[in-house]
Design a binder for this molecule. Sequence first.
Ligand SMILES: Nc1ncnc2c1ncn2[C@@H]1O[C@H](COP(=O)(O)OP(=O)(O)OP(=O)(O)O)[C@@H](O)[C@H]1O
Ligand SMILES: [Mg+2]
Length: 281
Amino acid sequence: MHMQPTVDTRPVDPIVAPPAEIRISGLEKVYKTERGATHALSDINLEIRKEEFVSLIGRSGCGKTTLLRIMAGLVPPTSGDIEIGGRALWHGESVDSSVIRKLGVVFQDSNLFPWYDIEDNIALPLRLRGVKKAARRARARELAELVGLADFLGNYPRELSGGMRQRAAIARALSDNPELLLMDEPFGALDAMTREKMNLEIQRIALATRATVVFVTHDIDEAVALGDRVVHLTPRPGRIKDIVTVPMDRPRGVEIKQDPGFHELVGNLYASLNEEGDHES
Ligand SMILES: Nc1ncnc2c1ncn2[C@@H]1O[C@H](COP(=O)(O)OP(=O)(O)OP(=O)(O)O)[C@@H](O)[C@H]1O
Ligand SMILES: [Mg+2]
């Protein structure tokens, strides 16, 4: 048989940077209480590409949670703008709910509802949106498989370990196909072994769902192991001190911790954080 040479005549994609998924500009946050004002964030400017994994580090009280809560539509900024997928998230003190729908949020505590089983917890965002029971069940099962909880859909949160609850919380955050996953120290309460496992899981999940991720941690190793870039925030007021690119392919396994390049990045970030001194409040 005569073989025709195959010629690919499709046009070649131009090599361009992918569009910025998130654009934060001139962001300021001042909390006002009876005891005075706290300038929590100052002049935050950051662009995050689609499908990028950004780690956010900094000392306790430097404003990491504040930045994430503003990005999640939970706390309004004092001034400045956040665009997600080309749309402004905040208009003064009100949020654009069509932008909120693109987000999935995971906090340090899994915040599952104790009176719902895992299936109902995972599917809650869908129920709030009026999705029918059968479709919710199917989606909950799919996500439970993704996070390794397929055998626990009928269990209650109290019957799960801390790591399993965090995985359920991640599944819930993913249930409505978020374009952006915001995670605030999601593995802070886990032991070292479980944490290592979750680090692998979250990379696998991020790649599978193609979500853009902003991941807060105070663990520098974790920040470098997971991030395409590491954003370092300094306190009082919280500002971006530097942004470090981690030039290694993802997903990354535990072997990255043997890599001299990894150690150099971690060492530099440690030094940079230490320059801030020990003035914990
Ligand atoms: N609701 C609030 N009202 C008043 N001040 C607040 C509020 N939330 C946070 N702050 C202040 O804002 C600053 C930043 O706090 P934030 O929780 O964002 O820090 P963080 O980097 O997440 O710290 P940690 O690593 O300890 O979680 C702190 O000085 C804190 O006291
Ligand atoms: Mg915090």
